[in-house]
Design a protein around this ligand. Structure first.
Ligand SMILES: [Zn+2]
Length: 221
C-alpha cells in the first residue's frame, strides 16, 4: 500500500527549507497506457514525483541538488512567465513544465519531453482538454530532439511509443503513422502488437486514451 510521508528538504538553489512529500510502498498492477503512463498505484502519485521549492520555485526530483545550468536558467522572461503560473488549478502541470524547462536548458531533451508529457497527464486528469493538447504539442519537438540524439535502443523505443501516442492524441495522423512504422521493426512481439494497434487507431482517426492491455489482447499476446 502506498504511504505518503513528509521530509524536510533544503533547496539547493536558494537555501530555503521546506516540507516535501514522498510516496513509498508503491505496487503497480496492470499495464501502462500506450504512452507508458504507469498504472495504479504509481499513476496517482504524480504529485510526489517532483519536489518544488515554495520560495524560489526550483523544481527537481530532489531539490537539495542543483547544478550551475539549472540555477542560471532560473532567470529571464520564459522562466518568470512559468513561475507566475504556479499556484493555479494547473499547479501540478506547471511544476512539470518548469522541470521540463530546466532540463531542456541542460540539453536533456528526453527527460524534458517526459516532464512535458507528465504535464499533459495532469491536464488529462483535470479534464483540461485544451491544456492537455497544448502540453502534448510542446512535447513533440522535445521528443523529436531526443530521438535525434541518438538515444540507446531501449530509450529509442520508449520515446517512439510515447511520441506516436502524443501525435495520435493531437490528431496528427500522418506524422503518427510514419513514426509508428518504426515500431514494426522491433523484435519484441509486445512492441509490434502496440504498433499494429496504433496503426488501426490512426487509420480510424481515434484519438482516445488506451491502455497497453487492449493492444496486447487484440494481438492475442
Ligand atoms: Zn529555492
Amino acid at each position: 500500500m502506498a504511504t505518503i510521508s513528509s521530509i524536510s528538504v533544503t533547496c539547493a538553489a536558494c537555501g530555503t527549507a521546506s516540507e516535501q512529500r514522498r510516496a513509498t510502498g508503491i505496487d503497480t498492477v496492470g499495464f501502462p497506457d500506450l504512452d507508458l503512463r504507469p498504472p495504479e498505484m504509481r499513476r496517482s502519485t504524480m504529485h510526489t514525483w517532483l519536489q518544488e521549492c515554495p520560495s524560489c520555485g526550483f523544481v527537481a526530483p530532489d531539490i537539495s541538488k542543483s547544478d550551475d545550468i539549472e540555477r542560471a536558467a532560473m532567470h529571464g522572461p520564459e522562466w518568470n512567465a512559468l513561475l507566475a503560473g504556479r499556484g493555479g488549478a494547473d499547479a501540478l502541470s506547471n511544476r512539470f513544465e518548469r522541470r521540463a524547462f530546466l532540463e531542456r536548458a541542460g540539453a536533456k531533451d528526453g527527460l524534458a519531453a517526459f516532464r512535458m508529457l507528465c504535464a499533459a497527464w495532469d491536464a488529462d486528469d483535470r479534464k483540461d482538454v485544451a491544456g492537455a493538447k497544448a502540453y502534448r504539442a510542446k512535447a513533440v519537438p522535445l521528443f523529436e530532439a531526443a530521438l535525434d540524439g541518438p538515444p540507446s535502443p531501449q530509450l529509442a523505443v520508449d520515446w517512439t511509443m510515447q511520441l506516436v501516442d502524443v501525435l495520435r492524441r493531437l490528431r496528427r495522423w500522418d506524422e503518427a503513422d510514419t513514426l509508428n512504422d518504426r515500431l514494426f521493426d522491433e523484435d519484441r512481439m509486445t512492441i509490434r502488437a502496440v504498433a499494429a494497434f496504433n496503426a488501426r487507431m490512426i487509420q480510424e482517426g481515434d484519438d482516445a486514451r488506451f491502455g497497453m492491455g487492449i493492444a496486447l489482447e487484440e494481438a492475442g499476446a
